[in-house]
Design a protein around this ligand. Structure first.
Ligand code: CMC
Length: 440
């Protein structure tokens, strides 16, 4: 078999690509987005040629069209609904970004007030959820609790699980954005044996989350606005990232018609992995393991040796082949938080030295490995008082709006179908069953 792909222009001016398989020519439409690379629509390749395409990890495959987030990995650009992440991190708030991602536009004042009010009034969870929590072991990883408790929401909110009803879809979206911080704080409180703290409608989204995490019933708790703003910015940085592994998981789960709470639980499970959301926890552990700056060269040498099984955590990205724009904001936030708290964390020194050494090392330069958002986030989150086991939970809180906006977009997309990849089968060909007595 020979296969040749060409991309000539069509006579009518539209773009097309040609695939030649066994001398049979198949023409495929080429679609252009607003910005970014064109895509070859291979949807009819199998029907027209009898061959599948093969792309483990979807490195060259677009699974959907989307209007939500755009990334230019070579230039280090990240846009939410067209707005650069740096501008949003500096000028916006997470709740405003939630409106932007979910509804497509920045809200005017009236829309903002309404949206904030709706989200605020959905922050409480069904009281019976507290008993659900007590079924978990106290030493359970909070991400394990999140997988279970978010999945359980579908057992509590039946009135927003009809995915065909746009009103229910919106209510479920608001519930997810509003209740995720409450569940995350409950998972944290449960793990340290403290009583749950109810949400407070007088506080903004992120300050409310901080008080649910750090207040105790026996004394007043005042949220530090500098720290609340820093965490809010961290939420903005993590709010969406186009078709990453957990978002694709949410879309795939949702493509079967599963309810949104179940889909987000699937996304949380995917996010937990160290190659994705678990990287900030892994990056901080790595910095602690390195300890003294004098150990950096030996650690970098190990990270370059494939046989060591060790990677430089917080470095490299599937899409960014340049400095992750979120990492720049995160480094700045890290400095601000440490300054405000008066903390002189030697891990920041270690991180900055490690970054410089890696950025000047041929291995990392050639492979275009730069710091990603998780390289500095662990230091900030630790300074804010969160244990490492909570880091990925915080990522989940922030990413919830991205997951739900992408889920909603998929459900409303007339081109969406159940996700069903094909495979290259390399197992045994057809063979006959043998009786156990006759097996070798
Ligand atoms: N340290 C050392 N070598 C690396 C690293 C690293 N952090 N990342 C990639 N490489 C090497 C890898 O060994 C491979 O080498 P070769 O071409 O010789 O086989 C090459 O670079 C390409 O790596 P890959 O694994 O094929 O690339 P990928 O796009 O599949 O992986 C990644 C992307 C993020 C999983 C990977 O860079 C990684 O494991 N980084 C560390 C974990 C991390 O920080 N993850 C957070 C990602 S950002 C947050 C998020 O979006 O969830």
């Amino acid at each position: 078999m020979n296969a040749i792909v060409k991309a000539p222009g069509q006579q009518d001016g539209s773009k097309a690509a040609t695939l030649i398989v066994d001398n049979k020519q198949i023409t495929m439409p080429v679609r252009s987005g607003t910005i970014g690379p064109d895509v070859v629509d291979i949807g009819k390749v199998y029907a027209n040629s009898g061959v599948f395409t093969y792309d483990p990890g979807f490195t060259s495959t677009a699974n959907c069209s989307s209007k939500i987030t755009y990334i230019d990995g070579d230039e280090g650009v990240l846009l939410y609904r067209g707005y650069p992440i740096e501008q949003l991190a500096e000028k916006s708030s997470h709740i405003e970004v939630c409106h932007l991602l979910l509804n497509g536009e920045l809200p005017n004042q009236k829309q903002f007030d309404e949206f904030r009010s709706v989200i605020t009034r959905h922050t409480m969870v069904h009281e019976q959820m507290t008993r659900f929590f007590s079924g978990f072991r106290r030493d359970a990883h909070p991400m394990a609790i999140m997988c279970g408790s978010v999945g359980a929401l579908s057992a509590f909110y039946h009135d927003s699980t009809d995915i065909h009803d746009p009103v229910q879809r919106m209510i479920a979206s608001h519930r997810m954005i509003a209740k995720m911080p409450t569940l995350a704080a409950m998972a944290f409180k449960y793990s340290i044996g403290q009583p749950f703290i109810y949400p407070s409608n007088a506080l903004d989204y992120t300050s409310n989350f901080l008080q649910m995490c750090f207040a105790v019933p026996c004394e007043p708790y005042n949220v530090d606005p500098v720290l609340s703003r820093a965490l809010d910015r961290i939420f903005i940085l993590h709010a969406d990232h186009e078709q990453n592994a957990s978002t694709s998981t949410v879309r795939l789960a949702g493509s079967s018609g599963a309810n949104p709470f179940a889909c987000i639980a699937a996304g949380i499970a995917c996010l937990w992995g160290p190659a994705h959301g678990g990287a900030n926890e892994a990056a901080l552990k790595m910095l602690m393991e390195i300890g003294d700056k004098k150990n950096i060269p030996a650690f970098v040498a190990r990270a370059k040796d494939k046989n060591s099984g060790q990677r430089l955590m917080g470095f490299g990205h599937r899409v960014y082949k340049n400095y992750d724009p979120r990492a720049k904001v995160m480094q700045q936030t890290c400095r601000e938080v440490l300054a405000k708290l008066g903390v002189n964390d030697p891990l920041l020194e270690t991180a900055m030295e490690l970054e410089q050494i890696a950025l000047h090392d041929d291995y990392f330069i050639e492979k275009k490995l730069y710091p990603n958002v998780d390289f500095y986030s662990g230091i900030v989150l630790r300074a804010l008082g969160f244990p490492t086991s909570m880091f990925t939970v915080l990522f989940a809180v922030a990413r919830t709006v991205g997951w739900i906006a992408q889920w909603k977009e998929m459900i409303e997309d007339p081109e969406q179908k159940i996700g069903r990849p094909r495979q290259l089968y390399v197992g045994a060909p057809k063979r006959d069953y043998t009786d156990v007595a006759k097996r070798a």
